[in-house]
Design a protein around this ligand. Sequence first.
Ligand code: DOR
Ligand code: ZN
Length: 345
Amino acid sequence: MPDTLSIVRPDDWHLHLRDGAALAHTVAPTARVFARAIVMPNLAPPVTSTDMAAGYRQRILDAVPAGIDFEPLMVLYLTDDTTVDEIRRARASGFVHAAKLYPSGATTNSASGVTDVRRLWPVLEVMQEVDLPLLVHGEVVDADIDVFDREAVFIERHLQPIVDTFPRLRVVFEHITTQDAAQFVLGARERVAATLTPQHLLMNRNHLLVGGLHPHHYCLPVLKRRTHQEALREVVASGNPRFFLGTDSAPHARGDKESACGCAGCFSAPAALPLYAHFFEEMGCLDKLEAFASHHGADFYGLPRNTDTVTLVREDWQVPGSLDFGAGEIVPYWAGRTLGWRLAG
Ligand code: DOR
Ligand code: ZN
């Protein structure tokens, strides 16, 4: 067993950094490890225009610690009112790399999201034309659909029609949580891919609900039953290039998680790469970590792979129990637990 593992510097293809004072605490843990990140636009108010993305991008760059290179890849938040001109502006900017479909009401700050996916057709047509990838939060929001079924129903009602109607549109099915989603992506046409979070690879709903309610394991889409977790683990361990790293690291202050109505999100950024290494080692295929973390996503987005490297050291490392989050504290994912890998340096 090697004691160190050097891989091409990874990218995080799904990340929440928030804004304002939070940036001082969220940018650094990611920028220390990842060269680039797809930055989610679900701020309040959301990042709905290229101009807003430009401002947000600059605030992120201002928060990058000295001496570190980090490139935020910006994302437009789609609404019922997004125009095709805005899509063209986004593509022409050079710094907006995708647009995100949040079904209205599906998750944190999604109230301005899309209420009727069919109304997006003209926008998707232009995204296909200019080759701007569509990122999808794939859950229906209908009150009569069980929360554990919302991803599977979204595939049938919305994702399959999108993929069929726009055969050249690049589509990322974000943070997949079910066997249905893994199978869909495996069998889909070209240019369809998925991101996977550490929590959906390492946990299932028992980790959320057994022995008490564990609010720091609550995220959306919610953790599913073990058979779904196993299906996700298998497709990732297979090394298929359609599946790549996207932490969905989503910070919320401790009080907002440990609450009568707790927020969804796991702040995994401080431990992200050791968490994925832990997963690949459990699966007996540590050799597949590099492609998942550092090759597949860049290839999908048509961006160059990074050329420098990061090193993991095989050493027990305890994830901090809590971290400073400006006004308050934040409990990271895996808080207080030990991982067998730590980042060198
Ligand atoms: O758990 C989640 N947290 N899922 C999401 O889709 C959004 C995210 C957030 O922004 O907090
Ligand atoms: Zn997210």
